[in-house]
Structures are given as structure tokens and as C-alpha cells.
Design a protein around this ligand. Structure first.
Ligand SMILES: *Cc1c(COP(=O)(O)O)cnc(C)c1O
Length: 381
């Protein structure tokens, strides 16, 4: 089983197995970020590029697109009264440091259940102006939520842990403190009740079918109040990490410094498309259809099984463990050599596993085709 035939290419061994073309998915992009961007959106980008790309982000045409993104997101998520959409450059990774600078007053409490939730906890732990964070951690494959902690003023965890494919509940803990949720891979594909969050932050290159480089956050009135209070104190806050400056710029539909206009265009285009197409619930249903397909397929194979146990199995990021006689890395390399890409597991997890993006842009029929391709590779390798 899967000892594929190899030759040596410029980047190491390359599989020479050719999957029959009638089995291949129409679109071979199954990455978890950057993730598939539909071709028609790219065509609209190319068209807009003639007059819109390469123009000032301080002028109306670009600011109008930022405003459309802000309005569209509030609409898509039925945001509670008073919530606003704030954005800036640097992706979700920057938002962790911005939160350390601008949102955590003294001490944060974290649920850690994979690489991304661990990174925010590490950023807080490294900050000299904060107390040691309170961390509840579990091994990858399950979910950990922060525990009510007397002196914590922020509670943080990931909605969807992209490194493992575990989806966590988003519900305020029974405690005072702001709730900061990393929605990076959930955004656009998993509904959430924003009333349970004070900052629901994300980047648009995963379930929102755009490109990277930007962070966005729904901020509650309590979060904005905290940001203003910390900014008024004597803490040194670099401009790029200042959420107060981000709040001010976002109110004018701008960012502190130059954003990638391509990212803004594709994001606005995607939001409009989802709104016109049944909203977040309809988008989420597509991911659920893909997930049922993938997990059902794995459960029916003796040599494959879903990594994450219910009820935490993600509808947008599927992780499938293989038994030792099937070499997942060889399967992924063979798929890649056939134009089916980014099924490799999260690099630091180190499991004999494939990880499959199932964002709403990905056609459930393509997930079905992917499963057939894996079957073929395992049978013929
Ligand atoms: C991808 C990802 C990030 C990092 O996003 P960047 O935009 O690359 O900084 C953070 N958290 C989660 C859950 C992610 O999936």
C-alpha cells in the first residue's frame, strides 16, 4: 500500500503515480490558508484592477470598499447594537500582539488546544507589563476553554483550531473579563453569536476567500472602552499595535498604513456574494456537507479515521489520521504531483495525517472526488 513510485525532482522525491483524470476534483485547492479563491472573483479583480487597483487608500473609491466590508460583516453576523468592525495590517498574528498591548489590562486566561491558541498565550506570557497568564491546555485533538480566574481581565481561545481541526464552543465564561475569540479559520464558514464575544478577530485568507495580510475584528463597546482606558494610561504602545489608532482609522474606513487593495477587493466581493447567496447559514451548510462527506468516508475505511472526536469535529478543517501501513506524506505528495494541493498536515503536529480545508468556497463534490483520489492512490501506490 502506497509505496508510490518516486523520482528525484528539484525539491526532493516526486511521485510518478498518475491519478486518472476522471477522478480528479474540478479544483485541486484544499489548503487551510491561504485557501481557495474562486475563479470568478479573480476575474472581477482583474477587471477592477484596470481602474481601482493602484489608487489611493485615502480616497473615496477604496474607502467605500472598506465601508462595504464593515457594513457587510455587521450584516452577515447580525452583530449586536454597538459592535463595530475594526481592521489593520499584519494578519491575525499581529492582533495577538495588539491585544497584548491594547486589550489585556493585567492578566489573561487562555484555552490552549493547538498551535494557534498556544501562540496567543505565549505572546501574553512574553509581555513584561503583564502577569503570567492562566492557561488551561489539552493535547491536540480536543478543546480546552479558559477557567474563571479571579484576576483575569481577558479570556481567550480559538473558535476553530486550524492546526488540529477542533471547533470550540463560543460562550462567555461565568466570570468578569473581555472574551477574545480567534475566528481566523471559522470566519465565513461557522456562525457565531457575537454577543458572547468582545473581540472576534480573524484574517480573510481562509474561509473568506481573500488574500492575507489583514486582520479584522468585531469589537464590543466594552472592548472599545478598555482600549481607550489603556491608551489613556502610561503604557508604551507602538502605533502598529495600537487598537485605539485602529479604531480611529477604521471609523474613517482606513487603516494606519497602506493595506493590500487586492485583499480588500476580494474580501468585499466574497462578503457580498455570501450575503446574496443565503448568508452565513447557507455558507456554513456547504462546509457541513463537505465535512459529512469527508468524515463519513474516513469512518468507512479501515486505514483512516477522523483525528478529532465529536462534538469538536470542525466543519471547515478536517484532519484524518491514517494507520501506519498508509504513509500520509506519500499520499499528500502524490496528490500534489497530480495538482491536488495542500492536504499535508499542520507541520508541527507531526502525525500520519492529512488536513483538508472545507471552507464554503470548496465544492462538496470536490471533497467527494478528493476521497476517491485518496482511495485510488492507496490502492495503486
Ligand atoms: C491562520 C491562523 C492564524 C494566523 O493568521 P495570519 O493572518 O497568518 O497571522 C491565527 N489563528 C488561526 C486560528 C489561524 O487559523
Amino acid at each position: 500500500m502506497i509505496h508510490a513510485i518516486w523520482r528525484t525532482g528539484d525539491n526532493g522525491p516526486v511521485s510518478t503515480l498518475r491519478i486518472p483524470t476522471n477522478l480528479l476534483p474540478a479544483d485541486g485547492r484544499f489548503g487551510c490558508g491561504p485557501a481557495k479563491i474562486p475563479g470568478d472573483a479573480l476575474a472581477r479583480l482583474a477587471e477592477a484592477g484596470r481602474t481601482w487597483l493602484g489608487t489611493s487608500h485615502r480616497q473615496a473609491p477604496v474607502r467605500d470598499v472598506v465601508a462595504r466590508i464593515q457594513r457587510g460583516l455587521l450584516d452577515l453576523y447580525a452583530a449586536p447594537e454597538g459592535y463595530r468592525v475594526v481592521l489593520g495590517n499584519g494578519g491575525s498574528t499581529l492582533f495577538w500582539d495588539a491585544a497584548v498591548s491594547s486589550l489585556i489590562e493585567r492578566r489573561s486566561a487562555h484555552g490552549v488546544f493547538g498551535e494557534f491558541s498556544a501562540k496567543f498565550a505565549a505572546a501574553s506570557a512574553a509581555a513584561p507589563h503583564l502577569d503570567e497568564p492562566a492557561v488551561v491546555e489539552v493535547a491536540p485533538g480536543s478543546v480546552a476553554l479558559p477557567e474563571p480566574t479571579a484576576d483575569a481581565d481577558v479570556y481567550a481561545w480559538a473558535h476553530n483550531e486550524t492546526s488540529t481541526g477542533a471547533l470550540a464552543p463560543v460562550q462567555r465564561p461565568d466570570a468578569e473579563g473581555l472574551v477574545l475569540i480567534d475566528g481566523t479559520s471559522a470566519a465565513g464558514g461557522v456562525p457565531v453569536d457575537l454577543a458572547h464575544t468582545d473581540a472576534y478577530y480573524f484574517a480573510p485568507q481562509k474561509g473568506l476567500a481573500s488574500d492575507g495580510g489583514l486582520w479584522l475584528a468585531f469589537l464590543s463597546p466594552a472592548a472599545v472602552e478598555r482600549i481607550e482606558r489603556i491608551a489613556a494610561g502610561d503604557r508604551w504602545i507602538p502605533s502598529i499595535l495600537s487598537l485605539q489608532q485602529a479604531v480611529q482609522n477604521s471609523a474613517a474606513h482606513q487603516t494606519l498604513n497602506t493595506p493590500a487593495l487586492t485583499t480588500l477587493f476580494l474580501l468585499a466581493d466574497r462578503i457580498d456574494h455570501v450575503l446574496a447567496d443565503g448568508g452565513l447559514d447557507a455558507a456554513a451548510a456547504r462546509s457541513r456537507a463537505s465535512a459529512e462527506q469527508l468524515y463519513g468516508w474516513a469512518e468507512a475505511r479501515e486505514w483512516a479515521s477522523p483525528f478529532v472526536a465529536e462534538p469538536y469535529r470542525s466543519p471547515v478543517v478536517g484532519t484524518i489520521d491514517f494507520s501506519p501501513e498508509v504513509d500520509a506524506a506519500a499520499v499528500a505528495a502524490t496528490l500534489r504531483a497530480n495538482g491536488v494541493v495542500d492536504t499535508e498536515p499542520y507541520r508541527k503536529l507531526g502525525r500520519n495525517q492529512l488536513r483538508i480545508g472545507m471552507f464554503p468556497t470548496i465544492d462538496p463534490a470536490d471533497v467527494e472526488a478528493l476521497c476517491a483520489c485518496i482511495d485510488w492512490v492507496v490502492d495503486n501506490g
